[in-house]
Each structure stands twice: as C-alpha cells, then as structure tokens.
Write a protein that binds this ligand. Structure first.
Ligand code: SF4
Length: 313
C-alpha cells in the first residue's frame, strides 16, 4: 500500500488540485479507495480505467484532464512530464536467501529484483555477507532507476554485476530466464512469497523460438508492430527492421491483441513494442510474433548462435 499522507505532501508541494490516478491490472481494485481518500483531502480525482502493464504505458489522456498523473506500482522508464510515481512494496520471507546459499559455488553472487521487492534488497545482501558471500548489486540505469532493479524489458542490472551466479529475488520465471539469456550466468530464482527456489531452463524457450523462426520463413509479408505507448515506442528499430525486407510493413498499435493481429491478417509479425508480448503471449496470437533479433535471424543478418533476448535499452 502507498502512504497517502506522503502522496498528499508531494501533491501539495506541486500545487496540484486535480489528480489522475493509474495502476496496473493487479492493483486497479485499490484505486476507488485511493480516490476516496484523496477526495476527502480536497482533490478532484480521475481514475484511469484503461489497461496498464508498466510505466511504459502512461495514461496521458487522463493526465491531460488533470494537473498530474499519479502512476502506481512502477518506477519511471522515461522523462515524461507531469507524472509522479508511487512504488507498491510487497514484503516477503528472506529465508529463501538463506536456503539458496548452500547451492552457490562461488564466493560472490549478483543480486537483482523487481521494483516491488526493492526494499528487501539490502537485507538480502546482508544475509549473503553474513555467510561469506559478496553480493554484487549494480547501480541504477535510465530505465531502472533503483539499484539492482530489473524489468521484463531490461536485464541491465544483472548484466552489469558481471557475476557467474545471479540471485533473482522475485516471483515468476520470466525475469530469471531473461537474465540467464542476457548474461549466460547460472541463475537462481528465489521467490520471497512462496519460498520456492528454481534454476530456470532457457533451452526450452530457445527451442520454441527457433521453431517460430522456421515457421515464419514461409511468410509472404511481415507486420512490424510499433507501439504508440509512451515508453515502448521503438520506431527507429522498426525502420531498421523494415529495411531488411521489401515485404515488411509498419503497423502502429496501442494494445496488441490476438483479435487485432487476426484482423490485420499478416502471416507473421515482428514485435518492437513490449518485449514480453512476443515471449509471454505467443500462445494467444494467431501467427508467429518474432522479436527484432529473431527477424534478423530470419533475414540472415544474425546467427541463431548469437541469439539475444529482446530488451529496451
Ligand atoms: Fe514492463 Fe513491457 Fe513496459 Fe518493459 S515495456 S516496463 S516489460 S510492460
């Protein structure tokens, strides 16, 4: 939960009276209560109801009807103005760090996490130090402003540890697989909520992606998806990809949904929007959706041996 008194102080300092509030899908249900609390502090409140998946996905229409947009649950990925960010911390049990220590083979380990567990990182580092393991935590980068922070589209904080073994503190296997592909390190996915520890297997993902590239080779045209969202628009990359094939056309989309891809009817798409779309949502899509690097492989300008996980740098 965010601190409403702290938010009130920030809004007062910025002289805001009308406030738009936005949160990702899992936190949206808290918005009516937040709106109520802000209303009783004297604000006019607008709730953003559109889907939101990250700080790349700011509701600028809602912001423009207000003095400011309060974006909850993420840190900034760009310098969009009149937006303030409120992290939503999620606590967890750090005994998972104690449990992973015997599985480490070296005397140092990279340590990364997602923004909701950022506040646990120092304590996790202390636990490692206490057992003689040197924790390596990379500093901030433009897209990940917290130390040790990774995103589904940026594993820079893992790469910059330079470590052979990396501990990911967080839920799910998408980030750990991305870290493994981005670094080549041995990765331990330590979930502070369930207590599970897994070593992700990236080979299965690579086999699936290789099959998609093969399938896409027969396509007679390619839709190069360009996002209209604030922090996902990679138009220069889309231009470069279009230059690789005379059968490639740019398609501008806000939401990338199976229905839209079905209606557009391309036999293959290349995704320059959120990298997770191609990896996470392929099963829902009616045609192969390649990453930019996979399209380069298809066009013969990159080897599969030099496969790179898609990131927005
Ligand atoms: Fe998250 Fe995708 Fe946005 Fe990156 S581009 S911040 S992975 S939603």
């Amino acid at each position: 939960m965010i601190s409403v008194p702290d938010l009130h102080r920030r809004l007062t300092a910025l002289n805001c009276r009308t406030v738009a509030i936005q949160a990702p899908e899992g936190l949206k249900r808290f918005l009516p209560r937040l709106a109520d609390e802000l209303y009783h502090l004297g604000y006019d409140v607008i709730i953003s109801g559109d889907p939101c998946y990250g700080a790349c996905d700011l509701d600028l229409d809602a912001r423009d009807q207000a003095d400011i947009l309060v974006h909850i649950g993420h840190t900034p990925v760009d310098g969009t103005e009149r937006v303030i960010y409120e992290i939503w911390p999620v606590d967890g049990d750090l005994s998972v760090i104690n449990e992973v220590i015997p599985r480490l083979t070296g005397k140092e380990a990279g340590l990364v996490t997602t923004v909701q567990h950022i506040h646990l990182l120092s304590q996790a580092a202390s636990l490692l130090l206490g057992e003689g393991i040197k924790p390596i935590i990379a500093g901030p980068s433009p897209r990940t402003p917290c130390r040790g922070q990774v995103l589904g589209c940026s594993f820079e904080a893992a790469r910059r540890t330079g470590a052979q073994e990396i501990i990911f503190l967080g839920t799910g296997l998408f980030h750990p697989i991305g870290i493994k592909l981005a670094t080549g390190a041995r990765v331990f996915a330590c979930d502070p909520v369930t207590g599970n520890i897994e070593e992700p297997d990236s080979d299965r993902l690579l086999r699936v992606r290789f099959g998609l590239i093969q399938k896409a080779k027969g396509a007679d045209s390619y839709g190069i998806i360009v996002s209209s969202k604030t922090g996902q628009c990679r138009s220069q990359l889309a231009d470069r990809l279009c230059s690789l094939s005379d059968k490639a056309y740019r398609v501008v989309l806000g939401e990338v949904t199976p229905d839209q891809l079905l209606n557009l009817g391309f036999p293959c798409y290349v995704n320059t929007a959120c990298p997770r779309l191609a990896y996470d949502d392929q099963v829902r899509f009616p045609a192969p959706v390649l990453t930019p690097g996979e399209f380069e492989i298809l066009c013969g300008v990159r080897d599969f041996d030099h496969y790179e996980v898609d990131e927005i740098i």
